[in-house]
Design a protein around this ligand. Structure first.
Ligand SMILES: Cc1ncc(COP(=O)(O)O)c(C=O)c1O
Length: 390
């Protein structure tokens, strides 16, 4: 008899990512127009690369850094949090992580015991759901209100709380719906957390990409929430540093040593060369951030214009932040978003991401990304117009 492979139930229950599956299929086809990349396609700015090269040449990157990150880097993060997030931090309240992802994973591992419930407003970034499962927690998916541009449903969140609820985890601006959760609603979430002694774990990866007078608000800036928030940030999106794998989190100085216990077995410390690059990113000119935002604003507007012409196929809400959008598929065969995406890829050579990858309420939607060139957007939409015979 064939022996059963010895893998934990915790890991076995995790399904293959629909995002990675679509990426794999897209690579099998020539000349695909990509609307599925959620990573900046521009390269990291020169001054950041130069700083990393210089650190390598000076022999600074061959060893580990302190597990919580280089002191100089944490000092710069303190300034950034004060300036842009209204968070009064101290270096003892910071942990430099391997991208936002490792920070989020370490936060979840530190907070969640087996069976604990974590409320996740959905559709959401599916990695969060997997992180809760890997910690043997129970994801409780609370739908966002689609007709209000995927707003938080405060009452539904309150109704979802049980004696096992330990945390609420969200990303704002939200991947995939591009909603910027407003300060007023996040203050209501803070009240709920304080009333029920819950931890809030935030993912603020897209903090700088916000449009149309909307404002990013960090719940970690509310002083009363000091012990109840773990705020996770990254250099990935802001400075086009996806491959450097560098991010950080902020939490109370009593919470950080506990998260560190989860961080060390997975990472020891964040890549040291990337920490020097991140230091240069924070100390240098911030013009690149503005350039990316201006570019995404143009490409967002272009994508909306092109989607308007496909209004018998898709219905969309204008993205308020990030560089993603999440149109609903109107045609009947679009209910199963995986089949729809695979067909679009094979028959029109356009790569998109199926909405089901972001939780059940994401079904019948597509995620499209506009962090690409205008040329690529036009190429994809010319093909789709042709394909849907419009
Ligand atoms: C919401 C969100 N959080 C985190 C990440 C990954 O961040 P990092 O590269 O810093 O791990 C992504 C990447 O697409 C994302 O969309």
């Amino acid at each position: 008899m064939k022996e059963k492979i010895r893998i934990s139930n915790r890991v076995m229950q995790i399904q293959k990512s629909a995002i990675h599956e679509m990426t794999r299929l897209s690579k099998e086809i020539d000349d695909v127009a990509f609307l599925s990349w959620a990573k900046p396609t521009t390269d990291t700015p020169e001054h950041i690369k130069e700083a990393a090269i210089s650190a390598i040449k000076k022999g600074l990157v061959g060893g580990y850094s302190p597990t919580d990150g280089l002191v100089d880097l944490r000092r710069e993060i303190v300034k950034k949090l004060k300036r842009d997030n209204n968070i009064n931090a101290d270096i003892s309240q910071l942990l430099v992580t391997v991208g936002a992802i490792e920070g989020l994973a370490a936060a979840v591992m530190a907070v969640i015991d087996p069976g604990d419930e974590v409320i996740l407003p959905t559709p959401t970034y599916s990695t969060h759901i997997r992180q809760v499962r890997i910690a043997s927690g129970k994801p409780v998916l609370v739908p966002l209100i689609e007709k209000e541009n995927f707003a938080l449903d405060i009452q539904a969140i309150k109704n979802a709380i049980t004696p096992r609820t330990k945390a609420i985890m969200y990303c704002s601006h939200n991947n995939p719906t591009a909603t910027v959760f407003p300060e007023e609603q996040l203050r209501q979430i803070a009240e709920i957390a304080l009333e029920n002694n819950l931890m809030i774990i935030t993912d603020e990866a897209y903090e700088y990409f916000v449009y149309d007078e909307k404002k990013h608000f960090s719940i970690g800036s509310i002083p009363e929430m000091k012990k109840n928030v773990i705020s996770c940030f990254t250099f990935t999106k802001t400075y086009a540093m996806t491959g450097w794998r560098i991010g950080y989190l902020h939490a109370d100085e009593e919470v950080i040593p506990q998260i560190k216990k989860a961080h060390i077995p997975f990472a020891i410390c964040a890549p040291v060369v990337s920490q020097y690059a991140a230091l240069a990113a924070l100390k240098g000119s911030q013009d690149c951030v503005k350039e990316y935002r201006d570019h995404y604003l143009n490409t967002r507007n272009l994508m909306c214009e092109r989607l308007d012409k496909l209004n018998s196929v898709f219905e969309y809400q204008k993205p308020e932040g990030s560089y993603l959008m999440f149109p609903k598929i109107l045609i009947k065969e679009g209910q199963d978003s995986i089949t729809f995406c695979k067909k679009l890829l094979r028959e029109a050579k356009v790569s998109t991401t199926p909405g089901i990858a972001f939780g059940p309420t994401g079904e019948s939607h597509l995620r499209l990304s506009f962090c690409i060139s205008e040329e690529e957007i036009n190429k994809a939409f010319d093909r789709m117009e042709n394909y849907f015979s419009l």
